[in-house]
Design a protein around this ligand. Structure first.
Ligand SMILES: Nc1ncnc2c1ncn2[C@@H]1O[C@H](COP(=O)(O)OP(=O)(O)O)[C@@H](O)[C@H]1O
Ligand SMILES: [Mg+2]
Length: 395
């Protein structure tokens, strides 16, 4: 039997190819991924894209399709985590009339819809176990059967899967089939977190401003501060942050002070728990002191250092702004930093220069070259974030 087609619904289209994907970034990691996409786009072999949420897995999946000979055929996406096994089966393979209660007409599944094109299976690591076996069989034979159907249907589909869960761990825990992993993971693309490519932040910010037509600009100093943030939600979080900044600062140039206010609001919004710092005391209250007493000098020194490092990270290393955040004189902060052997940025830094996309100082920090083939070249923020389990830098 031949695969059938049905009209793509608006929802299908929204996740489909109408949006031209752009993988923005100048870091060696992103340059290497762009190259890999060019190389493997036309292969029929399955691709597995791994990486944390918000790191750009959807973007890569769409690009793989758009760069391939399949680009004129459908790109069909399905989030496997969102559906229980029986619904997922009928979504993927379709069903015949009367296949189950409620199947009042036959429905073409996503595999058939994607015939000639690409099927993107998002969050494949969360796929229900019963479906994993059926998916494996289809990947091995290139044949599907609709639910309640008798005839095998041969489909020509390139499968791209993505996951943000650790599949090796899921296999060890018995939640994911190893044989399915081998089938999916023929070509592997690993998306780095945004923290691993901080140098891409200015380009991404500029890209989000340009594509949304916002007139907001950041100063170079503010852009450096943005690059020094941790971004646990990766590019998605950065994008949302830029959107919010544009709402509050339509038409403005955002400098370090305005940015510090936005970053404070961001951490308040996220309501992240305070980092568990061994030396950080509980809020002033009775019962602070245990039976063994405390080394107060040491505790206060640790606390002071942690606050200074956090302020510097938040201010992109600018001493004047960090001093303001800490309620200290600039000279006092410099003195403390010297004692603690913490580096800072020269103070006379000007927060008026507006960032431009070809601003070499930010795009390509010292020691790195554009599109360097050496993935070890990973520019770091000027100031290391405070020690501790959380990479959070903003207050
Ligand atoms: N390198 C990139 N260049 C441009 N936009 C990106 C990039 N990476 C991610 N984005 C954007 O960030 C958001 C999250 O990316 P997405 O691909 O959905 O992440 P994931 O699928 O890994 O959770 C999307 O709006 C996407 O367009
Ligand atoms: Mg995604």
């Amino acid at each position: 039997m031949r695969p059938q087609t049905r009209r793509l619904t608006p929802a299908d289209r929204a996740i489909g190819e109408l949006q031209l994907a752009a993988l923005v970034g100048d870091s060696p990691a992103i340059a290497a991924i762009r190259e890999e996409i060019e190389t493997v786009a036309d292969a029929r072999a399955s691709v597995l894209i791994t990486g944390p949420s918000g790191s750009g897995k959807d973007v890569v999946a769409r690009l793989l399709h758009q760069k391939s000979r399949r680009a004129t055929r459908p790109f069909v996406a399905l989030n496997c985590a969102a559906l229980p096994a029986d619904l997922l089966e009928s979504e993927l393979f379709g069903h015949e009339l009367g296949a189950f209660t409620g199947a009042v007409k036959a429905r073409v599944g996503r595999f058939e819809l994607a015939h000639g094109g690409t099927l993107f299976l998002d969050e494949v690591g969360d796929m229900a176990a019963a479906m994993q076996a059926k998916l494996l069989r289809t990947l091995e034979t290139g044949v599907i059967e609709r639910v309640g159907g008798m005839l095998p249907i041969t489909v020509d589909v390139r499968v791209v899967a993505a996951t943000s869960v650790d599949l090796a761990g899921a296999i060890a825990a018995g939640r994911f089939r190893a044989d399915l992993l081998y089938r999916l993971d023929v070509i592997h693309i690993a998306m780095p977190s945004l923290a691993e490519r901080a140098e891409d932040v200015p380009l991404l910010v500029q890209h989000f401003l340009d594509t949304a037509g916002h007139r907001v600009r950041f100063t170079s100093a503010a852009m450096e501060t943005l690059a020094a943030q941790a971004w646990p939600g990766n590019v998605r979080e950065l994008r949302n942050f830029v959107e919010r900044a544009c709402v509050h600062h339509d038409g403005d140039i955002i400098g370090c002070d305005a940015l510090a206010a936005l970053l404070r609001r961001r951490s308040a919004l996220q309501q992240r728990p305070a980092p568990a710092r061994a030396s950080a005391p509980a809020p002033v209250a009775a019962g602070l002191l245990g039976p063994d007493g405390v080394d107060l000098k040491r505790l206060l020194a640790d606390l002071e250092e942690a606050y200074i490092r956090e302020a510097l990270a938040m201010a992109g290393g600018t001493i004047a702004q960090s001093a303001r955040l800490l309620g200290l004189q600039r000279t006092t902060l410099i003195e403390k930093m010297r004692r603690l052997q913490i580096d800072g940025r020269d103070d006379g830094r000007d927060d008026a220069a507006v960032y431009r996309p070809d601003d070499a100082a930010i795009n390509r920090p010292a020691g790195s070259t554009s599109r360097s083939a050496d993935p070890a070249v990973r520019p770091r923020p000027a100031i290391a974030p405070p020690p501790g389990p959380s990479r959070r830098t903003a207050g």
